[in-house]
Ligand binder design. Structure first.
Ligand code: GRF
Length: 224
């Protein structure tokens, strides 16, 4: 059997996506290990979760570093030290500079709470509502220097309901986001999906369109 995929998780917030990955691993649904958790926010939930799970955890607050590059360099040296196969940005709320991105090009993915290319950036739930979208969702994409712009690997869609608020939409989306992330990382861990920054491949063929998550948590499509 192939060695489990070594994942480094970058997070700045509560860490529910990290927990979903850990649950997937514990349940035997994800042939992976979380090799370390890394953050710019020492007091965040993700770091607390990592410590409680006795995982390597490194949080470096940006203050005290002379520049973005210096902070990136310090944090990503820690990331490199756990020798990850894949870096998963799960609510890492800091912009990553080009040198760090180039160092890990094609090995870094991000989960973003919108149906990219719609609503890159922040406040995605409010923006989906303000735009009158009838459908909302989340995307897992390859990280490139442009914000939320790399190839989209997989998406989950939910309907927008009359009377939805940004909080209601976010709460309904979150468990689906978790399933999306676990399923997508699962395909990478199985060696079926690559995370190349130019042309991701599914089962050896270029991914023609984002995979779509079904109600049972399986991914479909992606072929021309
Ligand atoms: C998620 O909604 C994710 O899509 C976004 O930030 C949030 C992180 O949540 N990028 P958590 O810290 O994993 O709970």
């Amino acid at each position: 059997m192939a060695a489990p995929l070594r994942i480094a998780v970058l997070a700045s917030g509560r860490g529910s996506n990290l927990q979903a990955l850990l649950d997937g691993i514990a349940a035997g649904r994800l042939p992976a290990v979380v090799a370390g958790v890394f953050s710019d926010k020492p007091a965040c939930g993700a770091i607390a979760l990592a410590r409680a799970a006795a995982l390597p955890a490194v949080a470096l607050a940006p203050r005290g570093f002379a520049s973005r590059e210096a902070h990136d360099e310090a944090l990503f040296s820690e990331v490199a030290s756990v020798q990850p196969d894949l870096i998963v940005c799960a609510g890492y709320l800091r912009i990553i500079g080009a040198p760090a991105l180039q160092r890990f090009e094609g090995r870094m993915i991000n989960i973003h709470p919108s149906l990219l290319p719609r609503h890159p950036g922040l406040d995605t739930h409010a923006r989906a509502l303000a735009a009158g979208d009838t459908e909302h969702g989340a995307s897992v994409h390859v990280v490139i220097p442009a914000l939320d712009a790399g190839p989209v690997l997989a998406q989950v869609r939910i309907p927008v309901r009359p009377g939805d608020t940004p909080d209601a939409l976010a709460a309904r989306l979150l468990p689906r986001e978790h399933a999306l992330l676990v399923a997508t990382v699962g395909l990478v861990a199985a060696g079926r999906l690559t995370t190349d920054a130019r042309m991701p491949r599914l089962d050896g063929a270029p991914l023609a369109a984002p995979l779509q998550l079904d109600a049972d948590g399986a991914l479909h499509g992606g072929r021309a």
